[in-house]
Design a protein around this ligand. Structure first.
Ligand SMILES: Cc1cn([C@H]2C[C@H](O)[C@@H](COP(=O)(O)OP(=O)(O)O[C@H]3O[C@@H](C)C(=O)[C@@H](O)[C@H]3O)O2)c(=O)[nH]c1=O
Length: 180
């Protein structure tokens, strides 16, 4: 696998080694030893795997849990999304900065988003299936939505018209109102 740095040092793009042959392809999507050696440099324990499907124009996010903060290893198995991680670690030199990457079934890229980041994605293909591993459990009581269009964060989403949002996400507030 190849690990690519982003403008936020702790957020990494991972390009798995893909073995193509006449049957199709094979790739490792998670290898703890390689991941800890080349991506995090510290031990990681994933405890929950998630899978969602969304139609074109849907935006999920920006989500964060104030307790049970989750690191996420995300990828797309059908279609394409524009995936975004926002650094909301208050004492971080890159606080409020974001990284955006196209993830697709075709490019097979993964994004490692450590604890302390808000996460969201926008579906750019007809539909997209999104799968991810999490380092802590879902905790709806501590989940917060940060507005996808918060001008302070100023994400350059590849959005032609208004995205389709869940009710929860349509009520989301800017980062500074959510976390103070
Ligand atoms: C996230 C999650 C949701 N659910 C349930 C709650 C709800 O009834 C239904 C849909 O939940 P949501 O609307 O929150 O799903 P969704 O908008 O897809 O939430 C996800 O968004 C992306 C961007 C993330 O980063 C994830 O961590 C997660 O927050 O699924 C679980 O049971 N476990 C979970 O881990």
């Amino acid at each position: 696998m190849q690990v690519i740095d982003t403008r936020i040092p702790d957020v990494k793009i991972i390009e798995p080694k893909v073995f193509g042959d006449k049957r199709g392809f094979f790739m490792e999507t998670w290898n703890q030893k390689e991941f800890e050696k080349h991506v995090t440099g510290y031990p990681v324990k994933f405890v929950q795997d998630n899978h969602s499907k969304s139609n074109k124009g849907i935006l999920r996010g920006l989500h964060f849990q104030t307790e049970n903060t989750q690191g996420k290893l995300v990828r797309v198995v059908s279609g394409e999304v524009f995936d975004v991680a926002v650094d909301i670690r208050i004492d971080s030199p890159t606080y409020g900065e974001w990284v955006g990457v196209y993830l697709s079934a075709e490019n097979k890229k993964q994004l490692w988003i450590p604890e302390g980041f808000a996460h969201g994605f926008y579906v750019t293909s007809n539909d997209a299936e999104f799968v991810y591993k999490c380092t802590d459990f879902y905790n709806p009581k501590s989940e917060v939505s940060i507005a996808w269009n918060d001008p302070f964060i100023n994400i350059d989403w590849p959005i032609v018209k208004s995205p389709k949002l869940s009710e929860k996400d349509s009520l989301a507030k800017p980062l500074k109102l959510v976390l103070g």
